[in-house]
Design a protein around this ligand. Structure first.
Ligand SMILES: Cc1cc2nc3c(=O)[nH]c(=O)nc-3n(C[C@H](O)[C@H](O)[C@H](O)COP(=O)(O)O)c2cc1C
Length: 234
């Protein structure tokens, strides 16, 4: 009986968190997320599942106002309800750029994959070899990841799992967030190269996400399709 009660509480907390989360346009600039809570969000990212466990993402956390300003002109999706400093870029407690790996690290046979399997997954050499074969088959004939662009998109899909888990972890702690795809890819890559020393042949910006505490209520009520329009049971 106790298990049932606890389980019911957890279900309520989960649904409450999903209802609480909305794409926050403007954060309270005076409220900062405590380190321990932000570290929990980072743990949610680190513990996220990824295809073959390859972890093809990096997190760049941009905190200084000067550095954030470098993105402002072409990151229209983080300029909030108005333009300028009032949007997510200007007001978020924490601003994260989620980078995804490219073919440079994720193509079957890459040095990164072998090192990852040896050092992170601690697999013996024969298993590393075997998995290499599995990657090749998966990339070449199962999922048709034939070009570098396909591989980058595949890695970006893993990065979006990370994005979702970070936002849900935040929502469970009462922390607001906004995912951001509203940015110019070419200009973002140029800033990452010149101002952050990131090799954009190896890492591409997949998505951004701002965290903090809402300044106002949601701009729009939460609307969703009916469950029956989404789910088919077979
Ligand atoms: C991948 C992704 C990219 C998004 N990009 C932006 C963005 O650039 N700026 C923004 O204000 N909202 C952005 N959103 C938020 C969506 O517009 C929002 O999630 C959707 O309208 C549903 O509203 P809700 O999240 O408040 O429930 C993005 C959402 C996702 C998942």
């Amino acid at each position: 009986m106790k298990d049932l009660i606890d389980n019911h509480d957890v279900q309520t907390q989960i649904i409450d968190a999903f209802n609480f989360r909305h794409a926050t346009k403007v954060f309270d600039p005076d409220r900062k997320i405590p380190n321990s809570e932000f570290n929990t969000i980072l743990d949610a990212a680190r513990l996220s599942p990824t295809s073959f466990g390859t972890e093809p993402f990096q997190l760049l956390i941009v905190q200084s106002p000067e550095k954030r300003a470098l993105f402002r002109d072409f990151t229209w999706g983080a300029n909030g309800a108005s333009n300028g400093t009032a949007g997510q870029l200007g007001t978020a407690s924490h601003y994260v750029i989620v980078l995804s790996h490219t073919g440079a690290t994720m193509k079957a046979g890459s040095e990164y994959l072998a090192k990852h399997n040896r050092e992170v997954k601690q697999l013996p050499e024969d298993v590393v070899e075997m998995i290499h074969g599995a990657y090749s088959k998966f990339q070449d004939s199962d999922f048709h990841l034939e070009t570098d662009a396909h591989i980058t998109q595949w890695a970006a899909r893993q990065a979006y799992i990370v994005l979702g888990n970070m936002m849900t972890a935040g929502a469970l702690m009462g922390i607001d967030s906004c995912p951001i795809e509203g940015f110019g890819l070419d200009k973002t890559e140029a800033v990452l190269r010149t101002e952050f020393g990131i090799d954009t042949r190896v890492y591409k910006p997949a998505v951004m996400v701002a965290f903090g505490y809402r300044a106002d209520g949601p701009m729009f009520p939460k609307t969703r399709r009916e469950m029956s329009d989404i789910v088919t049971w077979a």
